[in-house]
Design a protein around this ligand. Sequence first.
Ligand code: 13P
Length: 250
Amino acid sequence: MRKPIIAGNWKMNKTRDEALQFIYAVNQAVPSIEEVDTVICGQSVLLRCLVKRQGDNLRIGAQNMHYEEKGAFTGEVSPLILNDTGVNYVIIGHSERREYFNETDEMVNKKVHSAFKYDLTPIVCVGEKLEQRENNTTNQVVEAQISKALAGLTEAQAKEVVIAYEPIWAIGTGKTATSEMANETCGYIRSVVSKIFGKNVGEAVRIQYGGSVKPSNIKELMAQEHIDGALIGGASLEIEAFIEMTNFNK
Ligand code: 13P
């Protein structure tokens, strides 16, 4: 059985006051960590403030990091500092990072290795553009992204990775992939992981869907065989919506 993982990606949103208000309202209302992993990924300057108030059942993640521990990389965030701050997760290779900040599969792979070195669980994002979906190349696109992102991991590490399948055309657009479509691609991703690391790893790895997830569609998405969680942007900013989505199985 794979434990569900519901993560909010706040992106570049929320002031410190808004983050405080959110975390106090939410940290007692999310499900037990025994049942569901619940994660909030905030801007890096907010992470300490969030970790201090995460409570027993919520965990905090970063939205990006550099792969080096330290050095002359002005403006970057070190994995060592994330670990020191008490962060447990880090999103790697989000499509917005790939598109606006030129992140390559090679950088994604370095960051994934670095995350393990500093005890951070990587949430690795993959997903196709609209024209790739229309050209029927979705499977090739996600297969290439997955095999490059996870290259060189041990089986034990590959089992721990969280993969987020986020079709780019569904992000922030209100267009959700149908649950069948999302399940089909998540199932394909699982088969790719099985092919590389063996069936045990493929069966164990957790795969999230992301792209316009909201309270009205999360139950149906989570009911799909290969969808083990959600990576939620816009709807994760609202207290009530977030609480409702983390309690999708109640
Ligand atoms: P939305 O939920 O706003 O579509 O964003 C999805 C996303 O990019 C999460 O990482």
